[in-house]
Design a protein around this ligand. Structure first.
Ligand SMILES: [Zn+2]
Length: 389
């Protein structure tokens, strides 16, 4: 009896202490502290091999922190694609797939007309902006529709998809405050690449992703954990001192554990050596990109001899958002690195990518599913917990 008691004590002492959870939310530290943190992080590697080892640890922490480790099984996507609308140079359809059994991701598929051969595929996640006068939020916004339509008119197959609790997802009753939002959205992005790969016209070697704000977070998280992403353009989001203000960005311990500290500047740099462009502005937390986050990324791209693959366009007088002027900075990067054809869109004299040929749909046209009865019978009830077992 005495011996048993002794061994139990030994067991309890040998058990690992529970990980102290640290959430780095919003403006978790100051701009000055962010610079110091980058210096601490940069001191942990001094060559390509050491960087690759660190990158692997950061990647693992994202997966563990977002409850995606071990990576769950890929289940059948059971896509639904319907309601084709034909416009000048492209089509738009409702497109839905099943990221986990019963959990659906809703969106619009923009496909180019008049192109031959395999086409690049581009994912367009969206940010938290809700409504303007005439349109609903998220992917229903004219800014997002213009981005998708213009890329499609240049030959890309584009998938624009809802955050949980936006667009069709909101219409059906899901809310953005769902406790699994970070897990669900990150996994949905991985499955969105799978979905693009199921389309026979998509070239699996030319997958790009671009989004702004919360869609920028989805852009760099996906690029960090999924090497199928070939080109990444996170817009007005990559910051060393701001970690994202929503629980879908910083509500799980992906940034700091007792073993490793990181921030979104380093997570974005996990794109290296794949082409990445940071688009930043003076009017939000990306204001220091030209002198802080961009040089940090360049330091990593240098190890790969790929300094020409990383870029930054900074608009010191602009504010948060993915308006026309920021899209104009993204298009040429996608054209160059994904092999899009800007003929008929790019005005060579002015250098402007003309969006006037796009058709902006109403929210009613963009949204397709209004009740659960329109979905397969096994669709989860809005608000349900989603199993990742
Ligand atoms: Zn969110």
């Amino acid at each position: 009896m005495k011996r048993l008691f002794h061994s139990l004590i030994l067991v309890s002492f040998a058990a690992p202490a529970a990980e102290k959870v640290t959430l780095c939310r919003g403006h978790w530290h100051s701009e000055a502290d962010a610079v110091k943190q980058l210096a601490r992080m940069a001191a942990t590697y001094s060559n390509l091999g050491e960087w690759k080892a660190r990158a692997s640890s950061v990647r693992q922490q994202i997966l563990t922190g977002s409850k995606l480790s071990p990576l769950t099984k890929r289940t059948p996507l059971n896509p639904i694609i319907k309601n084709k609308r034909t416009y000048k140079g492209y089509t738009v359809e409702a497109a839905v797939f099943e990221a986990r059994p019963g959990y659906f991701v809703y969106g619009n598929l923009y496909r180019p007309l008049g192109f031959k051969g395999k086409r690049p595929g581009i994912l367009c996640p969206h940010g938290h902006a809700r409504k303007n006068e005439a349109h609903g939020g998220g992917r229903l916004r004219p800014d997002q529709q213009n981005r998708c339509a213009t890329l499609a008119r240049m030959g890309a197959v584009v998938f624009s998809y809802d955050m949980i609790g936006y667009g069709d997802s909101e219409h059906l009753g899901w809310r953005h405050n769902h406790p699994q939002a970070l897990t669900l959205q990150t996994w949905s992005s991985v499955r969105a690449v799978d979905f693009l790969e199921t389309l026979p016209e998509v070239d699996k070697k030319r997958i790009g992703v671009t989004g702004c704000s919360g869609g920028g977070t989805q852009t760099f998280l996906l690029t960090a954990i999924d090497d199928r992403v070939a080109v990444s353009v996170p817009v007005v989001m990559v910051s060393a001192h701001f970690f994202g203000g929503c629980h879908c960005e910083s509500g799980m311990p992906i940034h700091k554990t007792s073993k490793l500290e990181t921030n979104n500047a380093e997570i974005a740099a996990l794109a290296a050596p794949r082409p990445m462009k940071l688009i930043s502005v003076g009017g939000d937390w990306t204001k220091n990109n030209p002198k802080v986050e961009y040089p940090y990324a360049q330091g990593i791209y240098k190890y790969f001899g790929a300094l020409d693959k990383v870029a930054n366009t900074h608009f010191p007088k602009e504010k948060h958002g993915y308006e026309f002027i920021k899209r104009q900075a993204m298009y040429p990067f996608m054209v160059k690195h994904l092999g899009l054809d800007p003929k008929g869109v790019l005005d060579k004299k002015t250098g402007v990518y003309d969006e006037t040929g796009n058709t902006i749909e109403t929210s009613e046209q963009q949204r397709t599913f209004k009740t659960l009865a329109e979905m397969p019978k096994h669709a989860l009830k809005p608000g349900s917990a989603v199993s990742f077992k």
